[in-house]
Design a protein around this ligand. Structure first.
Ligand SMILES: [Zn+2]
Length: 409
């Protein structure tokens, strides 16, 4: 047991240590480049915008470093509880209250870990984002958001954990195949339910009003044979001035959602180019491939939980063993998965380039997309000089200068 705890400790310390190193590298990198803006950014940013973007990212990095420390502290407390015994006695106690008790044994520590992030999240919104002019939220709205998210995580988390434990209790070691089928079905249902029932808990969606923008977007959808069931504007400006757009669902259930901050910052042509980029993701099958990858993830998760539960089965039955395994995977899995994030981030950046290329082709030139990307990046103070190692591990989208360089026209 002590050896296992030691291995877990090493895993967690290596990951958080490496994350801290990445942030330190980034800080040194950007402070070194602060005095003189690199040549490839000339014409893209003014000296003043460059300095503002560096200040914002330095503040964000400082908070991210504090976040690493808080996360590490939470995991260390859990490891100490596992090592010194209380966690095992809580499991025995939970087991006496049936599957619901066992599900709470897994869920409560995870909710406690996520609540540890609240103070930093508050600071992110009301110190950093506010200082740089992005915050539009209020402490009251922030608190309601946190409580809703917590209730949602508790409800969905309890349902999933309880179902997996019930399968293990009913089926024994063969549970994991059915566990995978359940997780796969749950993911698909969640994907369809998210925009319809869950996102409206946080935001209001209104149909895009008639006008030039709607005409241009519908014309693009028609031209590219992209079926949509609705065009919506989301009131994201009540929290933040950062802008975005996305689509959800498949086939004729597809909905396009534009942040109201996006339509406020971009012209109709530029917004159309952003939609063309989103259509590019769909045409290249990125949505389906992404779903395929997350189903593969669910399969790996179910098997890992099965494998671990066989090794941690104590005096309790298969459900008790699985409760241990689920908690361990949820807490330690991210530290393990972190090391494959360069692969997933590289794949995601590759998809962004493909969607950009599609958008240029669909719009007849890259000009509108170029303007849109530059404007959005500038308004959101994107990091102008990310360190290559930070990009490799954390950037799902290519840094702006490289992205613009690859655009034709
Ligand atoms: Zn994209």
């Amino acid at each position: 047991m002590n050896l296992v705890v030691l291995a877990c400790l090493l895993l967690v310390l290596t990951q958080h240590g490496f994350e801290a190193l990445l942030l330190a590298l980034q800080n040194r990198h950007q402070e070194r480049l602060r005095a003189a803006m690199p040549e490839h950014l000339q014409g893209l940013l003014s000296a003043q915008e460059y300095a503002k973007a560096l200040d914002y990212n330095a503040d964000k990095n400082r908070l991210a470093l504090a976040g690493e420390a808080v996360d590490l502290l939470g995991v260390l407390i859990l490891l100490a509880l596992a090592w010194s015994g209380p966690l095992a006695s809580w499991l025995a106690l939970a087991g006496r209250h049936g599957l619901a008790g066992l599900a709470l044994f897994v869920l409560l520590p995870l909710l406690a870990l996520s609540a540890l992030d609240w103070p930093l999240d508050y600071m992110r919104q009301f110190r950093v984002e506010a200082r740089h002019g992005f915050n539009k939220s209020t402490p009251g709205l922030w608190l309601v958001d946190q409580l809703k998210s917590l209730a949602l995580a508790a409800g969905l988390g309890f349902l999933v954990i309880w179902a997996l434990l019930a399968l293990a209790r009913a089926l024994g070691p063969a549970w994991w195949v059915w566990g995978f089928a359940f997780l796969a079905g749950f993911q698909v249902v969640l994907m369809l339910a998210w925009p319809r029932w869950i996102m409206p808990l946080f935001n209001r969606f209104s149909p895009l009003p008639e006008g030039v923008l709607k005409q241009q977007l519908l014309a693009l959808a028609g031209r590219t044979g992209f079926e949509i069931s609705g065009l919506f504007v989301m009131d994201s400006s009540k929290r933040s001035s950062h802008a975005n757009a996305f689509f959800t669902g498949f086939g004729r259930f597809r909905r396009i959602v534009l942040f109201d901050t996006l339509t406020a910052q971009l012209t109709a042509e530029q917004t159309t180019a952003v939609l063309a980029h989103e259509i590019g993701h769909s045409k290249h099958g990125h949505t389906l491939k992404g779903l395929g990858l997350s189903l593969a993830g669910a399969l790996a998760f179910a098997f890992a939980a099965h494998w671990l539960s066989l090794r941690s089965a104590g005096p309790g039955g298969p459900a008790e063993g699985l409760a241990w395994a689920l908690l361990a995977l949820a807490v330690l899995g991210p530290s393990l998965l972190f090391w494959v994030s360069p692969l997933s981030a590289a794949l995601s950046r590759r998809w962004e380039y493909q969607a950009d290329a599609y958008a240029c082709q669909a719009c007849g030139s890259g000009q509108a997309l170029r303007q849109a990307l530059a404007c959005l990046n500038q308004n959101s103070l994107g990091n102008p000089v990310p360190h290559p190692l930070l990009v490799a591990f954390h950037y799902s989208h290519p840094p702006l200068p490289e992205r613009l360089r690859r655009l034709p026209g």
